[in-house]
Design a protein around this ligand. Structure first.
Ligand code: 13P
Ligand code: SF4
Length: 374
């Protein structure tokens, strides 16, 4: 076999450049060979937004909540995470110390997660203290799982919690039972939709703009708010607009609309169902044959679902007229997967994700509060 298509036995770390020019087919063959050699030492977890050429190699797939549980439960020595950085961090935090989480490409971040950082959240906490007195007495911090580990640690330290798109309503209930207000970051849309579903009036959910003094709010507005919504959003889900739904419904009045709660409130309100990626897949899969669906979430998921359900006569359509993929999820490709796996075969761990111990301990507190609730 040529050196480009077979696993290399070497004692030195193989650089990614040696893999960058492989075709998908060549990378595929090397992934299969390396996995056979590693056996059960490695488990491959993949989020539903992964491209098909990666997703098909997954042992287990899921939304953020399911993947967090799977990472906590696996016995494999290596957890190869085909997703984005915060997901691999969660895997590291919830797994045992002798296990290693690996992210095949470190550039696979999440632009929404990057919209909140510890410095800005701590500044917000201090500014809230000036208005409300000690925030720990009045505000529960809630971070969406799409956030860096140090923000989860912040929540762990301040009596707060993590939520996912699946459990946000129950988490908000819990958070408001602890203290009178919630600071929700980084996704304003998930926070607003969840608060709305809980019956909190829109005028009692104020947007906190981290780039403005006091979040751009007056002391009266801060006092009045039950939920302070961090001004963050998902660049993919912001593309979906209520006009897309209206146009489609005019054409197909019998069709169904399903959206992810990272979409804006108008889109969620105009949808028949709103829920996580796993919920979307399960709902459309369980629907009667011959039904027609408009789906407001990332394109890889929607295209895969459309292909899978075509034999049942279901028509599944992407909500936006333009292509919008999660560019960071796309960073994980078969070439990076082959690179990470072959290095493991040769005893080298490339791109391990290791959350510093102090942050990991506090973040685990916030994650465990969530996981124990459900
Ligand atoms: P899920 O938890 O629904 O998989 O969502 C994760 C995500 O990043 C959606 O953009
Ligand atoms: Fe982050 Fe949006 Fe990509 Fe989800 S789709 S990982 S929220 S950038």
């Amino acid at each position: 076999m040529s050196s480009s298509t077979t696993t290399q036995a070497t004692n030195t770390v193989q650089e990614f450049e040696q893999f960058a020019t492989l075709t998908d087919e060549q990378a595929d063959a090397r992934i299969i060979e390396a996995r056979a050699r590693l056996g059960r030492r490695v488990v491959l977890l993949a989020h539903h937004y992964q491209r098909e050429s990666v997703y098909r190699h997954a042992d287990l797939t899921g939304d953020s909540l399911k993947l967090a549980r799977l990472a906590a439960d696996t016995d494999a020595e290596f957890i190869l995470f085909c997703g984005v950085h915060f997901m691999a961090e969660v895997a590291d935090i919830l797994s045992r110390p002798e296990q290693t989480a690996i992210l095949p490409d470190l550039a696979a971040g999440c632009s929404m997660a990057d919209m909140a950082d510890l410095e800005k959240v701590e500044c917000c906490w201090d500014e809230l203290a000036d208005v409300l007195g000690p925030p720990d007495a009045r505000i529960t911090p809630v971070t969406y799982i799409n956030s860096a580990a140090d923000l989860k640690a912040f929540c762990g330290e301040h009596g707060g919690i993590v939520c996912t798109s699946t459990n946000a309503p129950a988490v908000i209930d819990w958070a408001l039972a602890q203290r009178e207000k919630v600071l929700f970051f980084p996704d304003q849309h998930l926070g607003r939709w969840t608060g709305y579903k809980k019956g909190i009036p829109l005028d009692r959910m104020a947007v906190w703009d981290p780039d403005l003094e006091n979040g751009g709010l007056t002391a009266k507005e801060i006092e009045h708010a039950r939920i302070l919504l961090w001004k963050g959003h998902c660049s993919v889900h912001q593309m979906f607009q209520v006009e897309h739904i209206r146009g489609w419904r005019a054409q197909y009045p019998d069709g169904f609309v399903i959206s992810h709660p990272e979409c804006n409130l108008d889109v969620c309100l105009a949808s028949d169902h709103v829920g996580s990626t796993e919920f979307i897949i399960n709902t459309v899969t369980a629907a009667p044959p011959g039904t027609r669906w408009l789906v407001g979430t990332e394109l890889n998921l929607v295209s895969r679902l459309a292909e899978q359900l075509k034999p049942q006569g279901k028509i599944v359509k992407f909500m936006a007229p333009t292509v919008c993929m999660c560019s960071t999820m796309q960073r994980i490709d078969p070439q990076h997967l082959a690179w990470a796996l072959e290095n493991l075969v040769n005893g080298h761990v490339v791109n391990p994700i290791r959350v510093p111990a102090h942050d990991a301990e506090l973040a685990r507190t916030a994650l465990t509060r969530m996981l124990e609730m459900f």
